[in-house]
Every structure is written in C-alpha cells, then in structure tokens.
Design a protein around this ligand. Structure first.
Ligand code: IMP
Ligand code: MG
Length: 178
C-alpha cells in the first residue's frame, strides 16, 4: 500500500468484479438501443474505470472524452469549466457519462444540462463512486460502482493534486497529506 494511504477501501479485484457486473447490466439495458450509444469519459479521473468497464460491454458503443475542471485540492470551487469538449456530435444520441466520483453533484448536473442543450436524446450517468452525504444539488447517477462515506479517496483514477491516479486500488488519503 502507498505510504500516503490510510486504508484500502476497494481492491483491484473488487473493482474489476464490479466493472464486470456493471458492464453486463449496461449491455442488457442498452441492447435495444437505436440511438447510437456514446460513452463519454470525463477526463482525467474516469480513464481507468472506463478502460475496465468497456471490456465487459458486449454491445456496439463509441467512446469520447470531455474535461471539466472544478477542483483544486479537496474543496469544490462550485464553478465548472469545460476544458476539453467532445470531438463528436451528441445530436439525437444516447449518452452515458462516465465519472470517477460524484461528490456535490455540481459537475454532473452541469454536464447533463450541457449535453441536453446540445440535443442529446438521453443522458445517463455511471460513476465508480458516490458520496451521497455531500450532495448539494438534485442529481443522481443511474449506475454506481460503490457508495462511500465522506472521506477523501485516491487511486484507480482518483487524484489529490494530480497524484495517485495510477494506484490500482481505491484508498483513503491520510489527513496529514492535505
Ligand atoms: P462534484 O462536482 O462535487 O460532484 O465533483 C466531482 C469531482 O470532484 C470528481 O470528478 C473528482 O474529480 C473530485 N472529487 C470529489 N471527491 C473526491 C475524492 O474523494 N477524491 C478525489 N477526487 C474527488
Ligand atoms: Mg474528476
């Protein structure tokens, strides 16, 4: 375990197993889909989750990426900027936003509004983690990997000041590190 990590919440094995279940569920839920499914990974945190998840999806999908910035350290600034937009069109398509974690919900709320504004047919959300107790707006993920308490977590894509994304597990960051 990394020295800055207080404890491991989910091992690599547990995450892969959960991605397998979610991938199978998505394949079932989207199988009749006629609206050209597009999975949208939110950079950079969702990359390891997206990479594992799509291996277990058996229907035809496309992937694209967006980057939204709202965080510096552990506190949300509440002000979300689109730093990198999609390369492809979302018009009349079914979109699945892939996130690492939903905390206050502000990022997801804004991204959903934006994609509907661009005439997406449907926008759903999958998040590896959900911190329900921190939610300040009325938005929910359609699919969640794991529910967690209000602790700052790192690994499997999740960072603190851009560090720890490469850890293969999800752990809690030691308080003395922030
Ligand atoms: P929200 O807009 O507050 O829901 O923020 C979601 C974003 O905050 C995520 O995509 C993460 O980048 C970041 N975030 C929230 N909580 C954590 C955490 O515990 N560890 C790492 N990043 C976090
Ligand atoms: Mg993020």
């Amino acid at each position: 375990m990394h020295q800055d990590c207080k404890k491991i919440l989910f091992s690599e094995k547990e995450i892969v197993e959960r991605c397998k279940q979610l991938g199978q569920q998505l394949s079932e839920d989207y199988k009749e889909n006629k609206h050209n499914v597009l999975f949208v990974g939110i950079l950079k945190g969702s990359v390891p989750f997206l990479a594992e998840l799509i291996k277990h999806v058996s229907i035809d999908i496309e992937i694209d990426f967006m980057a939204a910035s709202s965080y510096s350290g552990t506190e949300s600034l509440g002000d979300i900027k689109i730093v990198k937009d999609l390369d492809c069109s979302v018009v009349n398509r079914d979109i699945l936003i892939i996130e690492d974690i939903i905390d206050t919900g502000l990022t997801i709320k804004k991204l959903k509004e934006l994609l509907y504004h661009k005439d997406a047919h449907d926008v759903k959300v999958i998040s590896l983690l959900n911190k329900q107790s921190r939610r300040i707006c009325d938005v929910q993920a359609d699919y969640v990997g794991f529910e967690i308490e209000n602790e700052f977590v790192i690994g499997f894509g999740l960072d603190f000041n851009q560090k720890y994304r490469n850890l293969p597990y999800i752990g809690v960051l030691k308080e003395e590190c922030y």
